[in-house]
Design a protein around this ligand. Structure first.
Ligand SMILES: [Zn+2]
Length: 244
């Protein structure tokens, strides 16, 4: 990971002979939480509020996530906002154009866990380009491990907001995302078909069911193909969870 120092040093070099006046510092605000916690809704609310206050805004999302629309950020309940769908953040400045980037006050980033260059982008945008960056993303994956670079941004941030969802099993506050299939890749894009928000108790119960059913299936030497194995396991886990 590049450090802030290197970004600042590079920028200082860039500015030798530049006619641009020094900018005021920007800000970084981070919105995290499990799936279905209203992170995108909260991000859109803040971006709209900034725009209504006369600030120049732009929204970015990952081109990996095409669940709802390619050129819009869309919440689970259907609220839309136009955006740049990009494979990385480094290409944003080029795509939007140098003049338009200069005029931007606020940059929103949705599903920030998908951007590998998140740290460097945020550092430069806020520290040296004077932008306010507001980003939302998953802090943890379905195994509750750090997801992408989102947690790396916390030391850079002005504010961090962790939102909660409602546990789909018991209705209590949900802090975690339970994956309803046995697929093991970290990035598996989906909605309520693949994921559900759960409280701690039902996260632990669900993981136990998944692990137990895997052991049972393996011990009986059932030679399922991966997809059959996954759906059987997931159906078992979901059924047991829902019945609790
Ligand atoms: Zn629960």
């Amino acid at each position: 990971m590049a450090s802030c120092k290197s970004s600042i040093a590079l920028n200082s070099t860039d500015r030798v002979g530049s006619s641009h006046p020094p900018r005021v510092s920007g800000e970084i605000h981070v919105i995290i939480g499990p799936m279905f916690a209203g992170k995108t809704t909260s991000l859109l609310r803040r971006i709209r509020s900034e725009r209504n206050n006369g600030r120049n805004v732009a929204m970015i999302k990952s081109s990996k996530d095409t669940r709802y629309a390619i050129d819009s950020v869309v919440t689970h309940d259907g609220v839309k906002f136009p955006c740049w769908a990009l494979p990385d953040l480094t290409s944003f400045r080029h795509n939007v154009g140098e003049d338009a980037y200069e005029k931007l006050d606020v940059v929103g980033i949705d599903e920030a866990q998908f951007f590998e260059d998140l740290y460097d982008f945020c550092c430069k945008a806020a520290d040296t380009d004077g932008k306010t960056v507001i980003l939302s993303g998953l802090d943890g994956d379905y195994l509750r491990r750090s997801f992408g670079s989102v947690l790396d941004i916390i030391p850079l941030a002005d504010t961090v907001t962790k939102l909660t969802a409602r546990c789909e099993v018991c209705g209590k506050k949900a802090f975690f995302t339970f994956r309803k299939t046995a697929a093991t890749q970290t990035e598996l894009i989906g909605g309520a078909d693949l994921y559900m928000p759960v409280c701690r108790q039902h996260y632990v119960n669900g993981q136990t069911v998944v692990q137990t059913s895997r052991i049972v299936l393996e011990s009986t030497n059932v030679h399922h193909q991966t997809t059959q194995f996954s759906s059987l396991e997931a159906a078992t886990a979901a059924a047991v969870l829902q019945s609790q």
